[in-house]
Design a protein. Structure first.
Length: 319
């Protein structure tokens, strides 16, 4: 099956989510403007019994130049990999969770790298941590902020996703059903700015099982796995986050059961659904009236969307 694409591009890295990380370049032929083949160039597999490479249940990746930063849920680790030669991926360095002390990397869930700083959420560590990765062979902890006790702020129980925009980090928490904002002007001194939590029982804000977040301008787009929804929030004032609009499975949307990943390009939001095994596109021009544009479902137009969770959008192509 071929997918339309307007210009040549390259997908640099994809994760095999069990025990390995693989590199899958997809070359688009300019002549027919289609993606028609995927070939595996190289793979690196987790070591046994906690030995390097620390990639057991690798679940998130962020690539900067020739370095790939990968979190591994079962190894409680963040690793830096050299992908200069994708046929020979090598480990540069790793950092693992401390024993009841920082870094709180128990079951890391998401990683983003900005400059020389890596931002990592950990679901069981109930944390957002920052790391100095200026030397990938010697990753060092800058700071960690952890969940408050008994539902008190910051709300980081089940921290599931992080998005960094300027001096602010936005974090979704699956168990706390929340979206939180942190000041990371100084990555070595993270501070909590504000949060918004689920209304409960399908009442806005729809954040039950908040799973993924992306921020564009003053708007945060969040998927909620248990609320089967995509919601848009005004984050212009992080101390007073407000709901702008939502769309829910079976109420405006047709394929949002267990909504998972989200990306936004222009006036469109792209959302994967784990439960519906689908990719959906929504027009978000008016946040108060989000509309479904189209969907593609496993077995109906797609062949490999079972448990669809993460996605990346480049130009006119979704990976």
């Amino acid at each position: 099956m071929c997918f339309n694409k307007s210009k040549k591009s390259l997908v640099s890295l994809a994760i095999m989510l069990i025990l390995s990380i693989s590199y899958f370049p997809i070359f688009i032929q300019r002549a027919n403007s289609q993606v028609c083949s995927i070939t595996e160039s190289g793979t690196i597999i987790s070591g046994a019994m906690g030995a390097a490479p620390l990639l057991d249940k690798a679940n998130s990746v962020f690539v900067v130049g020739t370095t790939a930063y990968v979190t591994a849920e079962a190894d409680d680790a963040l690793s830096a990999l050299d992908v200069t030669d994708p046929t020979m991926i090598s480990v540069l360095g790793s950092v693992i969770a401390g024993a009841m002390v920082s870094p709180f990397l128990n079951a890391p869930s998401s990683v983003v790298v900005v400059g020389s700083t890596a931002y990592v959420t950990a679901s069981m560590g109930k944390s957002l941590s920052t790391f100095n990765v200026s030397d990938p062979t010697m990753i060092t902890t800058l700071d960690s902020i952890t969940s408050g006790a008994m539902g008190a702020s910051p709300l980081l129980d089940g921290a599931s996703s992080v998005f960094v925009d300027g001096t602010k980090a936005y974090v979704t928490s699956f168990d706390d059903d929340s979206l939180s904002v942190f000041d990371v002007t100084d990555p070595s001194m993270i501070s909590h700015l504000g949060n918004i939590v689920a209304g409960g029982m399908g009442i806005a804000p729809l954040l039950d099982g908040a799973n993924s977040v992306v921020v564009v301008g003053n708007k945060a787009y969040v998927t909620a796995l248990n609320d089967n929804s995509l919601s848009i929030f005004d984050v212009s004032d992080p101390t007073m986050i407000t709901t702008l609009g939502s769309i829910v499975d079976a109420v405006g949307a047709t394929q949002l059961n267990k909504a998972h990943g989200v990306k936004v390009v222009g006036n469109f939001a792209y959302v994967t659904s784990e439960g519906d095994k689908s990719l959906s596109i929504f027009n978000v021009t008016n946040p108060a009236a989000i509309t479904e544009v189209t969907t593609i479902v496993d077995g109906v137009g797609a062949t490999q969307l079972n448990d669809a969770n993460s996605l990346f959008v480049s130009g006119n192509t979704v990976y």
